[in-house]
Every structure is written in structure tokens, then in C-alpha cells.
Ligand binder design. Structure first.
Ligand SMILES: [Zn+2]
Length: 68
């Protein structure tokens, strides 16, 4: 079983900080999370180590609808 890891993050839209739970058991993945404060969609990119499954980084960026 993997445990959820609480991660302090900062909203790229409004700059407010909040805590979100990251599940390293999902591996490296990208998800969209609504800001607790301004409700804007935030793209959360989670990087998990392929070696030991540990959480490497959590990056937040603005959802802008373009992949290119
Ligand atoms: Zn926000």
C-alpha cells in the first residue's frame, strides 16, 4: 500500500498556498485539480521515481487547453 503524501503547493492563478494530497502509487502522472481558493483549474504534474517509487516533484501550471 502507498500512502498519500501531503504537499504544500501554490496556486499558479491566485498565488494562494494550500495543501493537497499526492498519491505516489499512481506513478508519474498529470491531473487537474481545482484551486481551493479561486476554483481555477490547475494542471498538477507529479513525478515519481522509477527506482523506489518515491515522490520526486510536484509541478503546478495553468490549464490553458493547449498541448503544443
Ligand atoms: Zn487559486
Amino acid at each position: 500500500m502507498w500512502e498519500l503524501i501531503p504537499q504544500e503547493v501554490t496556486c499558479p492563478w491566485c498565488g494562494a498556498g494550500f495543501e493537497m494530497m499526492i498519491d505516489p502509487g499512481e506513478g508519474s502522472h498529470e491531473t487537474v485539480h481545482d484551486c481551493h481558493w479561486c476554483c481555477a483549474p490547475i494542471v498538477v504534474t507529479v513525478a515519481v521515481s522509477a527506482m523506489d517509487g518515491g515522490l520526486e516533484s510536484v509541478t503546478l501550471s495553468r490549464e490553458d487547453g493547449s498541448d503544443e
